[in-house]
Design a protein around this ligand. Structure first.
Ligand code: SF4
Length: 353
């Protein structure tokens, strides 16, 4: 028998087995009334049952072999007045990072163009502010407009916003606003004292009301308990609408911050959390964010199976390292994963065939 035909038969047989997976279709209704007890029950399922359930939900809404890629640029680094215990950019933490001015619009757009050429579909720009000053808003608008003209989605993370600032961003064409809730409401004051958990939720609600898509997630590995991680997911999954993007960061402890000696997160616990996020927020893009440099290829592969379908690409995030593009490309190739195009990024879609 011809070798190619044999390969075809083998592949057909394998695909047949995939189609026979016992996923109950349309089992993942969109709910915004999740409880901690339900989250805990999912989290404590036997690992294989949890992953199977999460993967079924994932296949129901996304092509399981596509991963969206965003790229992040710090447009204003350091000197932040907030006291986030994990952050190298807080002026209150004793890190080596010095404060710099906001980047010129042209420079930001040149970087965005490079990101597009290397495959990013969304350009995320972050500034180390408690909230933007009105005098900075025109430059911010020009950045959003420029990124849109390149044919990319735009995302900003600028801290808390006034309703007027939100409208200006909306009018400039901003697609996403990132505003992480970081952790549970209970644990929040252990990590940040210069603002309240409710401040974050208020800004998220205003952003959503203005018609800008919400990107909101958190960080694990800050000394929180399992219940804090689950409560963080419950807070996101009980917003009036689920965030369109849910970044789950694994802490990179930074010298000079109060969390410099934090214990690493168990990779199995991390994958469990990704799976619970996927089940509770079936149509959201769940993003592996900071911390991928410390994750093995196997942890990332399991996370993709559990429902993660977005990453940050590029060698740096705001200030911390990220895997090189070539390393990600090699992993995607080994896993048969394709970068998600803009159309698929915009909406969760029908089940993969
Ligand atoms: S996380 Fe953001 S708000 Fe907090 S200190 Fe860092 S830059 Fe400032």
């Amino acid at each position: 028998m011809h070798a190619t035909f044999l390969l075809y038969l083998t592949a057909k047989h394998a695909l047949g087995e995939i189609n026979e997976l016992n996923c109950v279709q349309n089992s993942s209704e969109i709910r915004t009334n999740w409880t901690r007890e339900e989250a805990e029950a999912l989290y404590n399922l036997p690992f294989n049952d949890l992953l199977f359930k999460a993967h079924c939900v994932h296949r129901e809404h996304f092509d399981p072999n596509e991963v969206q890629q965003s790229q992040l640029l710090s447009i204003k680094t350091g000197g932040c007045p907030e006291d986030c215990a994990y952050c190298s950019q807080s002026a209150r933490n004793n890190t080596e990072l010095s404060a710099s001015k906001m980047l010129e619009v042209q420079m930001v757009l040149e970087e965005a163009k490079k990101a597009k050429e290397s495959g990013a579909t969304r350009y995320c720009m972050g500034a180390a502010w408690r909230s933007p000053k009105d005098r900075d808003m025109r430059a911010i608008e020009m950045m959003v407009e420029g990124v849109k003209e390149l044919g990319m989605e735009s995302c900003m993370t600028l801290g808390m916003l006034t309703p007027e600032q939100i409208l200006r961003l909306k009018d400039a064409g901003l697609d996403y606003y990132n505003h992480n809730i970081d952790t549970s409401e209970r644990y929040y004051s252990e990590i940040i004292t210069t603002r309240k958990f409710s401040d974050r939720i208020d800004t998220l609600n205003l952003v959503k009301e203005a018609g800008i898509k919400v990107c909101s997630g958190g960080i694990v590995g800050m000394g929180e308990k399992d219940m804090d991680r689950l409560d963080m997911l419950v807070s996101l999954a009980t917003l009036d609408e689920h965030p369109d993007s849910v970044p789950i960061n694994m802490l990179i402890p930074i010298e000079g911050t109060p969390l410099q000696d934090a214990e690493p997160v168990d990779p199995i616990d991390f994958v469990r959390l990704i799976a619970v996020a996927r089940i509770m927020m079936p149509k959201s893009h769940v993003r592996l964010s900071a911390g991928r440099t410390e994750m093995s290829d196997e942890t990332q592969a399991m996370s993709f199976f559990a429902g993660a379908n977005s990453i940050f690409k590029g060698d740096t995030l705001l200030t911390t390292d990220n895997p090189e593009d070539s390393k990600d490309a090699a992993l995607f190739k080994r896993l048969g994963i394709r970068p998600m195009g803009l159309k698929s990024c915009a909406t969760a879609h029908e089940p993969a065939e």
